[in-house]
Write a protein that binds this ligand. Structure first.
Ligand code: SER
Length: 338
């Protein structure tokens, strides 16, 4: 018999480490994690970790021969800024990597006669508003509006959402005997902010970077204009969204891809919040016009009514709680020596 596991890809990343910690806290320890990097030392002895590339088919096949995969949290991705430097490599990881995992999930579903649950974080980056006046006119986008991403990462995420829907509804639709479909579910996250890790390679990174720099008494030059407004969410809510969507009864889901968000604020307001707790912080604005253009194409806010209605989504950390109860105290502790 193969051991039944939850597979987490991108396990050493920001969402991955937070998700694994939460799963362990809930007493779930049959976790197989995969990443091109080792896990942080605090997690190393607690899960089965494989260092490897999600694009390595031989590795994925070996994993399937050894484990029965019940659920996949497919978190591995190259984020929006990094992907612009190596678009083809991003496509390989973000799209081909996802396709390989969907295939494995599909084979496993068929083999065991029960759908594999496939949870996929998508992003605000799948939206693309053409200019600032349109951005102002459509401040709270619905899932089907403005799906015109202008980055490789956003395009990859949007297409993978579609692939996921295809694998959960139409895969091998002309075959005489239809296989068991994958149970694909996805949330579109806003910019995520963790107190314990600093993101790398994203374009919403100016928020968390500002905060982590202030706690280390380092000056920070924000790469977008003060009036730039996008939605954000504290990491515990992101993990909560993934777990809640995974636990929702399938008959409650009216869609496979949901917006989820918590609070929206401008970069200037972000600075004000940082200054409340770190009054000596030196934060200036030096927009990088190319990264600015990417953030300008993202909406100010996302309408997450469907997630609230279908599976009871509700952020626990609004703006105030995020800063005062989660981010600031934990970040202060983390950088205490400064
Ligand atoms: N935080 C991500 C990025 O900036 C968006 O999903 O790329």
């Amino acid at each position: 018999m193969r051991r039944k596991v939850i597979l987490v890809t991108g396990a050493a990343g920001e969402i991955g480490t937070a998700l694994i910690e939460q799963l362990l806290q809930q007493g779930i320890s049959d976790i197989l994690s995969l990443d091109i990097r080792p896990l942080p030392p605090s997690l190393q002895s607690k899960v089965i970790h494989t260092v490897g590339d999600i694009c390595d088919r031989a590795l994925l096949e070996r994993i399937v021969s050894e484990y029965e995969i019940d659920t996949i949290y497919h978190l591995a991705a190259l984020l929006s800024t990094r992907a612009e430097f190596t678009p083809e490599a991003a496509h390989r990881v973000n799209v081909e990597g996802t396709l390989g995992l969907l295939q494995i999930a599909s084979d496993q579903s068929d083999w065991r006669g029960k759908p594999v649950l496939f949870i996929f974080p998508s992003s605000v980056a799948i939206y693309g508003l053409p200019d600032l006046s349109t951005k102002a006119q459509f401040p709270r986008v619905r899932e089907w509006e403005w799906n015109y991403p202008r980055t490789m990462y956003g395009s990859n995420k949007l297409y993978c959402e579609m692939l996921g829907v295809y694998y959960s509804k139409y895969y091998r639709q002309l075959a005489v005997e239809r296989p068991i479909m994958v149970d694909f579910r996805s949330v579109r996250f806003p910019g995520l902010i963790s107190a314990f890790t600093v993101p790398s390679g994203g374009t919403s990174d100016y928020g968390p970077e500002m905060l982590h720099a202030a706690a280390q008494k380092k000056s920070y030059a924000c790469f977008v204009r003060e009036d730039t407004r996008i939605p954000f969410m504290a990491m515990p809510d992101a993990i909560n969204a993934l777990l809640k969507l995974a636990a929702a009864p399938v008959e409650r889901l009216s869609r496979r891809v949901y917006n989820v968000t918590s609070f929206s604020l401008s970069a200037g307001e972000f600075r004000e919040w940082v200054l409340r707790s770190f009054p000596d912080a030196e934060i200036t604005f030096e927009p990088d016009l190319r990264r600015q253009a990417i953030v300008d194409s993202w909406p100010e806010d996302m309408n997450d009514n469907d997630a609230r209605r279908d599976w009871g989504w509700q952020p626990e950390y609004n703006l105030e709680r995020s800063f005062l109860e989660y981010l600031v105290p934990n970040i202060q502790r983390r950088y205490q020596k400064y």
